[in-house]
Design a protein around this ligand. Structure first.
Ligand SMILES: [Zn+2]
Length: 489
């Protein structure tokens, strides 16, 4: 248990929740996003590629970075995809090309050329780089990305580079993987050309990587000859795949760009599904709730089996205080996509906010189901603590808070709440054991206590000292910076 905890900790560190798009903001202005629909899309396209690449099932976690520039990176067990990649790419096949390239680095076990990085970097740059790589290696990708944000202003994209040979190898590997699943590598060629043309014709600064990379033409030529030789070169995305992608693009634009710009891009004369979707979000963000509801209900009427349309309707109602009305669409979303933890958390929040006592119990049930799906979801544990507290069960509330703190990387607080929970729990219960596990896992290696049922934790000599009531965020492991690299395409 404790090993697993340490491996999976911090994935949601510092995240703050907004029902549909979950953003974990950092002082550097970089944040990560959680959204069930976008994650589902990325999973559907990446899992076959990861299998073709021989990467173990579920071994790579995809993180969506709230950044409207075009970029992606990979390192350790993580692949990061900028939101901008999803709006700038024109087809799912282009997104696949990037995923396959990054999978090529991961499968190839590539490591960045630290000597070159050191030669190019000033000391502050290098510090940011090592911190970012190390934080990701330690299992705290949000923190890594946060630190990386510092570097992006000073040209990190140029620093975080694999060798030329590794870039070419990743290109070639990407074609192998896409061939294996019968998909075209044309998307990669289209992307390269698009980036190059926009630089030449308009002088765009789309991405420092594309601007400065001297190998663009050479790589394009090598890619092209192999891609065109593939029997799958002319395979294209189906109309259904394109339609799904357009909805995701509309959603991202709706949430991440200025609402008035969204309404100009998707004017009322546009009665397409993506336009309804984008306008829903734009109106919602402009507090024009009736308009937003009218737009989303056009979509739920047309597509009653799309869970994400119901989710958004529920979110709008919930955020504007109509919590009892929000329960029905959130329930429908859960029925339609029962394996999505985020949808269950949305439903649980609406249930908890309603005044009906029986809903409170149901909220606990939904949160437990969500946390079975995502045991490291700090926000889910936080909500579970609120639900237990509302039900008067302080011991279980303390246990859930301990889990929440633990998964947010706040080890001292996790220990403090786990101790409080143990005081109110039966010593032979599973929950007591769970609290003990948290204490062991949150304690630094050389101070680990030995806890067994029946032990008085307050007198256990091996236990670490009590954590402060309002402890600071737990210390991160000191990472080995050689473990991980981060790629910029
Ligand atoms: Zn690369």
């Amino acid at each position: 248990m404790s090993v697993k905890r340490r491996i999976f900790r911090c994935i949601a560190a510092g995240a703050a929740f907004a029902s549909s798009i979950l953003a974990g903001a950092y002082s550097q202005g970089i944040s990560t996003l959680r959204d069930a629909e976008i994650e589902d899309f990325l999973d559907d396209y990446s899992q076959p590629i990861f299998r073709a690449a021989g990467l173990p099932e579920n071994s790579i976690k995809i993180i969506i970075v709230n950044d409207q520039t075009f970029n992606a990176f990979a390192g350790g067990r993580y692949m990061g995809v900028n939101s901008g990649l999803l709006t700038i790419a024109e087809t799912p096949n282009q997104v696949e090309a990037v995923i396959a390239h990054e999978a090529g680095h991961l499968a190839g076990g590539h490591t960045a050329r630290s000597d070159e990085m050191i030669a190019q970097a000033t000391r502050p740059m290098l510090l940011g780089l090592v911190l970012a790589a190390g934080a990701i290696a330690a299992g705290a990708p949000d923190i890594g990305i946060g630190v990386l944000g510092l570097g992006q202003n000073i040209g990190t994209a140029n620093l975080l580079r694999y060798s030329r040979g590794q870039e070419s190898a990743a290109d070639q590997a990407s074609i192998t993987f896409l061939d294996e699943i019968g998909h075209s590598s044309k998307g990669a060629l289209e992307l390269w050309r698009k980036m190059r043309n926009s630089q030449i014709i308009r002088g765009d600064q789309i991405n420092p990587y594309f601007q400065s990379h001297p190998l663009a033409n050479q790589r394009l030529t090598a890619l092209q000859s192999r891609a065109e030789a593939s029997p799958y070169f002319n395979e294209t995305d189906s109309p259904e795949e394109i339609a799904r992608f357009r909805l995701i693009q509309a959603k991202i634009r709706g949430f991440l760009t200025d609402p008035n710009a969204v309404l100009r891009r998707y004017p009322l004369s546009d009665q397409s599904d993506p336009a309804h979707y984008a306008r829903t979000v734009a109106y919602y963000r402009n507090s024009e709730i009736e308009k937003a509801l009218s737009e989303i209900r056009t979509l739920t009427d047309l597509y009653p089996d799309n869970p994400y349309f119901h989710e958004l309707e529920g979110q709008i109602l919930f955020e504007y205080g109509r919590v009892d009305e929000a329960i029905t669409p959130h329930s429908r979303a859960v029925e339609l996509a029962s394996d999505k933890a985020l949808l269950r958390i949305n439903l649980a929040r609406a249930l908890l906010a309603s005044q009906e006592p029986s809903n409170r119990q149901q909220s606990i049930v939904e949160l437990k189901r969500a946390l079975l799906l995502e045991p490291d979801n700090s926000f889910g544990w936080f909500e579970l603590a609120r639900a237990y507290s509302a039900s008067g069960d302080e011991a279980m509330a303390n246990l859930a808070t301990a889990e929440s703190k633990y998964h947010a990387g706040a080890a001292p607080d996790a220990i403090a709440f786990a101790r409080r929970a143990m005081a109110g729990l039966d010593r032979n219960s599973r929950e007591w054991r769970q609290a003990a596990d948290i204490i062991v896992a949150a304690t630094p290696g050389d101070q680990k206590p030995v806890l067994a049922p029946g032990t008085d934790t307050n007198e256990q000599p091996g236990l670490p000292p009590d954590a402060p009531e309002n402890g600071e965020k737990g210390e991160q492991d000191v990472p080995d910076p050689t473990l991980t690299i981060i790629d910029s395409l």
